[in-house]
Design a protein around this ligand. Structure first.
Ligand SMILES: C[S@@+](CC[C@H](N)C(=O)[O-])C[C@H]1O[C@@H](n2cnc3c(N)ncnc32)[C@H](O)[C@@H]1O
Length: 254
């Protein structure tokens, strides 16, 4: 069997598990469009947080190969049904990943710190009342609390801790999540960002953003610290120019 991405007909399912949807396809398309870079990147450890049906981690394993190419895969999900469904999807495609039922990467921090070369996340990003976040079952697939940012904001510092020096992070965001502000937050941790895929429908606009540690960014941060300044104007301009203006209209006070 040799597929470039997971086959929908082989993706397992369960009523409490998120099925591959537009956001899942956007993330796989982003990985496909960056496939040559990913192969040249020679990752040894790839991780997915929130694997759901397993469509993404299976696709990544099919794109980059397995033991023969020296890549190890780890996927987590807070929903135990999702972990079981991910296992079935991986098996149906003849690929393997270590699977862990946990909250983001809880219990893995020491073992994986500084080791993850590629991390992929399609998080729960839908703005919802806060008490819907982290509920059992399918609700945990989308409920993101205020601005859809509660889980995203927990994942980012964990990703920063787990990523290797050459680590890349791919995250799906929605306009309502204020992606430029997410980029700014990551900039302050020393990451550059690029939009790999953007998809718009009448209701929403999705961005798949890639983050990587950037030497220039770290110089900017040192300058900022030395001069007691906030984010330099040129950094702000480069972030803002990547996002459509609608991102700012929709996340504004109205
Ligand atoms: C939008 S779904 C994406 C599923 C799959 N990756 C895809 O793209 O089709 C988000 C997934 O994250 C999981 N999730 C939500 N909160 C989580 C947390 N705190 N830790 C780990 N996984 C979480 C959900 O159970 C769900 O499977």
């Amino acid at each position: 069997m040799s597929f470039r991405t997971a086959q929908i007909r082989l993706v397992s399912s369960h009523r409490e598990v998120y099925e591959p949807c537009d956001d899942s396809f956007a993330l796989v398309d982003a990985l496909l469009s960056d496939r040559n870079n990913l192969i040249e990147h020679h990752p040894t450890l790839c991780m997915e947080v929130g694997s759901g049906s397993g469509y993404i981690i299976t696709s990544l394993a099919l794109m980059l190969g397995q033991e023969a190419s020296g890549v190890h895969y780890i996927a987590t999900d807070i929903n135990p049904h999702a972990v079981r469904v991910t296992r079935e999807t991986l098996e149906a495609h003849g690929v393997h990943s270590e699977l862990i039922t946990t909250d983001i990467a809880s219990g893995l921090e020491k073992r994986l710190a500084g080791l993850v070369d590629v991390m992929v996340v399609n998080p729960p990003y839908v703005p919802t009342p806060e008490d819907e976040v982290g509920r059992e079952g399918i609700a945990s697939a989308w409920a993101g609390g205020e601005n859809g940012r509660i889980v995203i904001d927990k994942i980012l510092p964990i990703a920063d801790n787990l990523l290797s020096d050459k680590g890349w992070l791919y995250v799906v965001t929605l306009t309502a999540n204020n992606p430029s502000e997410i980029c700014l937050q990551m900039r302050q941790k020393g990451y550059a960002a690029r939009i790999v895929v953007q998809r718009s429908t009448e209701e929403e606009s999705l961005h798949v953003i890639k983050f990587w540690r950037d030497f220039d960014t770290q110089v900017d941060l040192k300058e900022m610290a030395a001069t007691n300044k906030t984010v330099p104007a040129r950094v702000m301009e480069s972030l803002v120019s990547q996002f459509p203006l609608s991102a700012f209209w929709r996340s504004g006070p109205q």
